[in-house]
Structures are given as C-alpha cells and as structure tokens.
Write a protein that binds this ligand. Structure first.
Ligand code: PGA
Length: 253
C-alpha cells in the first residue's frame, strides 16, 4: 500500500467562494505538477459540495462529506441523505468524527447506523475512532478502540469492509496542536489491525486503509507518515490552505 490517502476536513469553514477558490488553486497545482500518485479527498461543508465537485472535474481529486443521516429520505428536517451526497459527487463520507460525538451526542450505535447505510447506498465511510485525554491518561486506549470498532462495525460484512477507511484520531490531538507521536499512532494502528483480523481475516487486517488524524502539520507529517502501517492522514486545520495541505502530502514520501 504505497499509495497514501489524504483527506481534507474543512469542518465548518469556507463559504462557496472560498471553497471554489481552494479547488481552483488545488487544480492549478496538480496541473502544473502533473497530478499526484496519492488519493486525495476534499470534505467541504455540504453547501460547497456540488461547486467543489465541478471545479475538481478532471483532477482525480475526490469528494467526501463530513456527515450523513442514517435514513434514506423522509421527514428529518435539516438532515442530509446518502443519495443527496452522491448526487453532489461524493464518494466518501466521514462518520463518527469526535466533534460529532462530543457536540451532537453521536454514540457508537448511531455511528454504526451511518456506516451501514453509507455502505448500503454506495458511499465509502471514513470511520473515526480515538480515545479522549482522560481515557489516554487512564491508559485504556486499547479498550476504547476495541469497543468503538466492535460497535461501529457491527453487521458490516466481509464484502463491504474493503470500502471502509478507518481514521485513528486521538481526541486529545484534534485541533490542539498536540499530535500523537508516530510511535503512539503506529501502536494503535497495529492494535486496530489485530482487531480487524479477529473480526474479519488476516487479509482484511493487512489491506484495510487506516489513516491518522490530529494536529497534522507540514512540520510533523514526515515523521507521522513514516510507519508503513499508517496509510495516510485526515487533516483539519492544515487543510484549509492549499499550500500546507500540499506540503503535508509531499512530505509523506
Ligand atoms: P486537526 O483536525 O488537524 O485540526 O487537528 C483533524 C480532524 O479533526 O479531522
């Protein structure tokens, strides 16, 4: 797995104009540098999805959403379905981000429903897992990861699991400027692979894409992406500028 996956999570940032500007700049960069060998996914806010999709046409850069609802349609005011995301050009969707868990009370059971409907309706879920600072200090990271994987992947069958990306995002590292060390991330990634082997098979455990997220910057990217088991990154703050996002991608090789 030499090809890495880099996902830009813009969170609640950038209106339509700024989103389009970013996509244009990124396109210009890739045209100048003859593309990239990695897989790149942008996750703008819902309101910019379609416009960014149009701007990215022909670049190979893919589109993802930051959230989705677990029903296909109906009276759910304010929610967005998988079908709607696909109609805007989405291929991926982030599920279970720690900010959704923390501010919107998303439980593992809710995340599981989102993962299942995404797979059912042809979107690739990016399943976020990770321990809080308290859990980290209490040294129960592996128990937390174990429970999150068991619950969030409930009823996800072996045929569908290749379409799931797992993002290990220690909650204490998100937006704090305090990244995990490559060694810490590597150890949780290895634990996750062991768990996938138990849940599925050795092949699945080796081939599932597991990426790291949490305060990735151009400065720490080289170290963070050195371990073979880390297949890419979910980048928040540093993905808001084309230059720093590109620097992160470039320093991973
Ligand atoms: P950050 O966010 O890079 O700003 O820490 C990562 C994320 O929340 O996905």
């Amino acid at each position: 797995m030499n090809k890495k996956l880099f996902i830009a999570n813009w969170k609640m940032n950038k209106g339509l104009v700024q989103s389009q500007q970013f996509a244009e700049e990124l396109k210009a960069h890739f045209e100048k540098h003859k593309g990239t060998t990695d897989e790149i996914v942008l996750c703008p806010p819902f309101t910019s999805l379609e416009a960014v999709h149009r701007k990215l046409n022909g670049t190979g850069v893919k589109l993802g959403a930051q959230n989705v609802y677990y029903e296909s349609s109906g009276a759910y005011t304010g929610e967005i379905s998988c079908g709607m995301l696909k109609s805007c050009g989405c291929e991926y969707v982030i599920t279970g981000h720690s900010e959704r868990r923390r501010y919107f009370n998303e439980t593992n059971a809710i995340v599981n429903k989102k993962v299942l409907i995404a797979l059912d309706e042809g979107l690739k879920p990016i399943l976020c897992i990770g321990e809080t600072l308290q859990e980290h200090d209490d040294k129960i990271t592996e128990a937390v990861i174990d429970e999150q994987l068991t619950s969030c992947l409930l009823h996800v069958n072996i045929e569908d699991i290749p379409n799931v990306v797992i993002a290990y995002e220690p909650v204490w590292a998100i937006g704090t400027g305090k990244n995990a060390t490559a060694h810490q991330a590597e150890s949780v990634h290895n634990f996750t692979r062991k768990k996938l082997k138990k849940l599925y098979s050795e092949e699945i455990s080796l081939n599932t894409r597991i990426i790291y997220g949490g305060s990735i910057t151009p400065e720490n990217a080289k170290e963070l992406f050195a371990p073979q088991t880390i297949n890419g990154g979910l980048v928040g703050g540093a993905s808001l500028e084309v230059e720093s996002f590109i620097e992160i991608i470039n320093s991973a090789h």
